[in-house]
Structure formats: C-alpha cells, structure tokens
Design a protein around this ligand. Sequence first.
Ligand code: ZN
Ligand code: ZN
Length: 245
Amino acid sequence: MIRICRRGSLTVEAALTLPVFMTGLLTLVSSLYMCLLSQKIQASLLLASERMAVAASDGGSADIGDAKAFLAEGLSEADVRFIYNGIDGMDLSGSEICHNEYINLKLFCSLVPFSDAFGIIKIPLERRCLTHIWCGYDRGYFGDGEYVYITEDSKVYHCDRNCRHLMITVRETSPGEIATVRNESGARYRPCEHCHPKLSDEHLYITPQGDRYHNQITCSGLKRSVRRVRKSEAEGRRPCSRCGR
Ligand SMILES: [Zn+2]
Ligand SMILES: [Zn+2]
C-alpha cells in the first residue's frame, strides 16, 4: 500500500514539473531567437541602406519606397513569420533622404515570440541606420594610396586621367580608303565584330589606336571605359609611354 502511494506522488510531481520545465526552456530558446532575429533585421536594414546609397550615387535616384523590398530580401520566410504582420508590419515611414547626402532609415516593427501560444506578447523593435550616399573611394582608402587608370583592351596603365592615350579619337573614312589606311601601329583595319560593317556602307569609322572599322559611330567597339584602380591591381601592365612611371 505504501509503495503505491509513493509511486502516485512521483507521477503527480512529474506531471507538474515537466510542463513548467518545458515552458521555461521554450521561453529561453524563444528569447535567444528574438535576439538573433533583431540582429538579422539590423543587418538587413544596413544592406538596404547600402544598396540605396549606391543607387543614389552618380546622379541616380533612390526611393525610400524601395527600402522595404531591399529589407525583405535580407530576411528569410521563417524570420518574417515572427514579425507581427510580416513584411507589412515593418514601418519605414520615418525614413528620409537628407539633403541628397544621407539615407536615414528608421524601422519600427514588433516581434512575436513563438513561446507565446496565445499571440498576446509583442516585443517592439526600433532600428536605425544612417548611410552616406556612395561617393567613391576616399583617397588613400587602400593604404598604398597610389592609383592608376586602365582600359580593358590595353596592356598599359596611365597615371594621368587626361592622358592623350586615354582619349579616343574617332575618324571617318570611306570604304574606298579602308584597304589603304593603317592605324598607329601600322596595322590594317578589319571589320568590327559588333556592328558588322560592309564595304557597301556609306560611312566607316576608325580610331588611330584601334584595328577595327565600324559602320556605326555609336558602336560599343568605339567606346572606351576607363577604370581607376590601385597600382597593385595593374600588375602585368607596362607604364604608358606618355604619362606612366
Ligand atoms: Zn598615358
Ligand atoms: Zn563596331
């Protein structure tokens, strides 16, 4: 009889303790997850503001309305489930672009812990992020501080952005002439692979440095994009005969 009584009390004890223990464990895990989620939201907000800062640079336009889409991209479906009202529940209405110089994102939302089975608890979260609109690298940003200019199609680097060799001079020629003209290096001109010029075309365009002839002045083969890079990135190229050192 005594034995039966003891067993019964143990079962009652376990029945009372286990739910308390499980609730405590769930609350702990839930709290840790909420901390992690708030950090993820902050990281996504930073990412959103950086993307807007780049979009707004070089005379581009940044729209605060884009911020929410950028923000959502940084969060998974599972993350959004624990934000009250999901993506719609993220309020960015206090955000602004200040003097066309800074992007100031202000986010308000509420987190819903998964330990709250009744949906009563809402943890308010406020996050801010202030980012300068991207304006290029600072001088000396890379430490070695020395920059040069390169083009994709050349094995030369330039120290002067205004070097004559970086400028492109387009000359017009005629189909009758093209077989006899030579470029700066004395090579013949061949038809461009982009604009497919024919000898029946009325106008042909060439550059003294290039070795292709074109029938469209807007052809991408006639454009030259110049990049500013660290000198160490121009390794394998020789200095320009005019401005290099
Ligand atoms: Zn040069
Ligand atoms: Zn062309």
